[in-house]
Design a binder for this molecule. Structure first.
Ligand code: AHR
Ligand code: AHR
Length: 482
C-alpha cells in the first residue's frame, strides 16, 4: 500500500504548457499523407486533414516545431513560398521535396490547430542572412523585400512567429553542414544578431549537444542572444535496425530520463544563465525513427527508402510507449523551472501519436497520454510526501492556480502487479479517475483495433479526505480532485 500526502500549498513550479508540444518534419508521411493530403476525403479546402487537426485540438497542442530535423539543414525557405513552387532533391532524406507545403501552409495549419508555430532554420547550408530574411518574411509588417513578398503572396498581416531556433543537430556527422564547436558558436552568434535585428521580440534557441565543452563554447559566444537551448533524445535506438525493445527494456530506459536536463541545468547555473535561458527538449520519443542507410553510399532505394515504412507498424507503439512517455512528462513537470518546451517527435505518422490511413486515423497509445496530461493536469506543480512507494510508481501532483483544484498523475510501470495507493490531503467531494491501459503491456491500437483507451470512473474520498485507488499494471492514471 503506497501512501501519499499531498502538500497543496507547496507550489514548486508553474509549468509552461509548451511541455506538451510536438514536432513535424518533412520525412516519410508526416507532411504529405500526414497533416497535408488534398486528395483525402478528410481534406479541407486547404488540403489539411481535418481528422488530424481535430485530434490535435483535442490534446490542446500548444506548439509545433517545423520543418526539421535533419531535413532543415539544406532547406531553403524561399523556394517554399509564392505561386511557383519548384521541387528540389532533399539530400537529407534523399528524395524529391515538392515544396507544396511551405511556410504559409505551416502557419495556416497552426492557426487551424490553435498552436504556436516554432520555426527551425537551416544552419547547415544556410547562413545568417537566409535565417533573418525568414524572420522578415514572417514578422515584418511591410518593410523590405520579404515582408512585401508575403503580402504579394496574399498574406497581408505578419505572422508574428515568436519561437525560432538556429539549426538542428549541426554537431552530428549525420547532419548536412555539420560544424565544429567554434564554427557553430560563431554562426549562432552572427545569425542570432541578424534575426533579432529583424525582430527583437522573437524567442530564440540554438541546437546544443549533450557535451559540456560544446555547450560552453556556444553559450560563451552567443548566450547573450539566446532565450532557449535545444536538446534531443531518443532512447530505443532503432535508426539502423527496426527491432523495438520489449516492455521491460523500455522501463529501464524510463529510469534514465533527465541526464541531459541535469547536465544542461548545471552548466546554465554555473554560467549564471539559468534564469535567462530555458531548455527546449525539442525532439523526444522513446523510439528513434527507422531510416537505415540514409547517409550510406548506396544507390539502392530498396535499402534506404522502403525500410521507412516500418515506422508505420502500429503494433510497435504499445503500453511501453505510453508508460515511458508519461514518466517523461512527469520528469518534465519536476524540472519545469528549467524546461519550458518539449516536442514529441513527431506529430503524425513515423513514431507519432497519430497514424493516418485512407479511412481515418489511429490514436496510438501515446496520444492518450497527451489527452490526459494536457486536459486534466494543472499548471502548478505541487509537493507531496510518499511512503512505501516502491520503485514501480512514478507520480507528479499539480494544482490549478485559478481554482485550487488538484490532479495527480500516477504511472504504474510494473508489467504485472497492480499497486494500491492511499492519498491524503485531498479535497472533499468526489474525484474523477481516468486510467489509460490496454489488455496487456504489449497491447496497441491499429486500424479496426482500439483496445488501448482511457477508462473513467468516480472516486469518493473517505470522510477524512483520504482516497484509496488501484493503479493497474502498465498503466497511466490521472486523478482529478475538485
Ligand atoms: O531520426 C530523425 C532525426 O533525428 C531528425 O531529423 C533529427 O533531428 C534527429 O537526429
Ligand atoms: O539522422 C538521425 C541520426 O542518425 C540520429 O540522431 C543519429 O544518432 C543517427 O546516427
Amino acid at each position: 500500500m503506497m501512501q501519499l500526502v499531498l502538500q497543496k500549498d507547496a507550489v514548486l513550479h508553474t509549468r509552461n504548457p509548451m511541455l506538451y508540444g510536438h514536432f513535424l518534419e518533412h520525412f516519410h508521411r508526416q507532411i504529405y499523407g500526414g497533416v497535408y493530403d488534398p486528395s483525402s476525403p478528410f481534406a479541407d479546402a486547404d488540403g489539411f486533414r481535418t481528422d488530424v487537426i481535430e485530434a490535435l485540438r483535442n490534446i490542446k497542442t500548444p506548439v509545433i516545431r517545423w520543418p526539421g530535423g535533419c531535413f532543415v539543414s539544406a532547406y531553403h525557405w524561399k523556394k517554399g513560398v509564392g505561386k511557383n513552387r519548384v521541387p528540389y532533391f532533399d539530400k537529407a532524406w534523399r528524395m524529391e521535396e515538392s515544396n507544396a507545403f511551405g511556410t504559409d501552409e505551416f502557419i495556416r495549419l497552426c492557426e487551424k490547430i490553435g498552436c504556436a508555430p516554432y520555426i527551425c532554420t537551416n544552419a547547415g547550408t544556410g547562413d545568417a542572412e537566409e535565417m533573418s530574411d525568414w524572420v522578415e518574411y514572417c514578422n515584418l509588417k511591410t518593410e523590405g523585400e520579404f515582408a512585401r513578398a508575403r503580402i504579394q503572396n496574399g498574406y497581408e498581416k505578419p505572422y508574428n512567429v515568436k519561437y525560432w531556433s538556429i539549426g538542428n543537430e549541426n554537431y552530428g556527422s549525420w547532419e548536412m553542414g555539420a560544424k565544429e564547436a567554434h564554427e557553430w558558436s560563431r554562426l549562432v552568434l552572427e545569425s542570432a544578431k541578424m534575426m533579432k535585428r529583424a525582430d527583437a521580440d522573437i524567442s530564440l534557441s540554438a541546437a546544443a549537444l549533450n557535451n559540456k565543452s560544446w555547450n560552453t563554447t556556444l553559450l560563451q559566444a552567443a548566450g547573450q542572444w539566446l532565450d532557449w537551448i535545444s536538446i534531443h533524445q531518443y532512447w530505443d535506438g532503432l535508426w539502423r535496425e527496426n527491432n523495438p525493445s520489449d516492455y521491460e527494456t523500455c522501463m529501464n530506459f524510463a529510469n534514465n530520463l533527465t541526464s541531459q536536463i541535469d547536465s544542461v541545468r548545471s552548466l546554465l547555473t554555473e554560467m549564471g544563465l539559468e534564469k535567462k535561458i530555458k531548455i527546449a527538449f525539442d525532439e523526444w520519443n522513446l523510439r528513434a525513427w527507422h531510416h537505415p542507410n540514409h547517409d550510406a553510399p548506396t544507390s539502392d532505394k530498396e535499402k534506404y527508402l522502403a525500410p521507412r515504412d516500418k515506422n508505420d507498424l502500429n503494433s510497435t507503439y504499445t503500453m511501453a510507449d505510453a508508460v515511458f512517455s508519461a514518466c517523461f512528462l512527469n520528469a518534465l513537470l519536476r524540472n519545469a523551472d528549467i524546461v519550458g518546451m518539449a516536442n514529441f517527435a513527431p506529430v503524425v505518422n513515423t513514431r507519432g501519436a497519430i497514424f493516418t490511413h485512407k479511412d481515418g486515423i489511429v490514436k496510438r497509445s501515446t496520444y492518450y497520454v497527451f489527452e490526459l496530461y494536457a486536459n486534466y493536469m494543472y499548471d502548478q506543480v505541487i509537493g507531496f510526501t510518499c511512503k512505501d512507494g516502491g520503485d514501480s510508481v512514478d507520480i507528479t501532483a499539480t494544482k490549478d492556480s485559478q481554482t485550487g483544484a488538484v490532479a495527480i498523475a500516477a504511472v504504474n510501470k510494473h508489467p504485472a502487479d497492480a499497486v494500491t495507493i492511499e492519498i491524503d490531503g485531498v479535497l472533499p467531494g468526489t474525484c474523477v479517475i481516468r486510467t489509460l491501459n490496454g489488455e496487456s503491456a504489449d497491447d496497441y491500437n491499429d486500424v479496426g483495433r482500439d483496445s488501448v483507451r482511457i477508462k473513467t470512473s468516480n472516486g469518493t474520498p473517505a470522510s477524512g479526505g483520504r482516497l484509496t485507488a488501484e493503479l493497474p499494471p502498465h498503466s497511466v492514471t490521472v486523478i482529478s480532485f475538485g
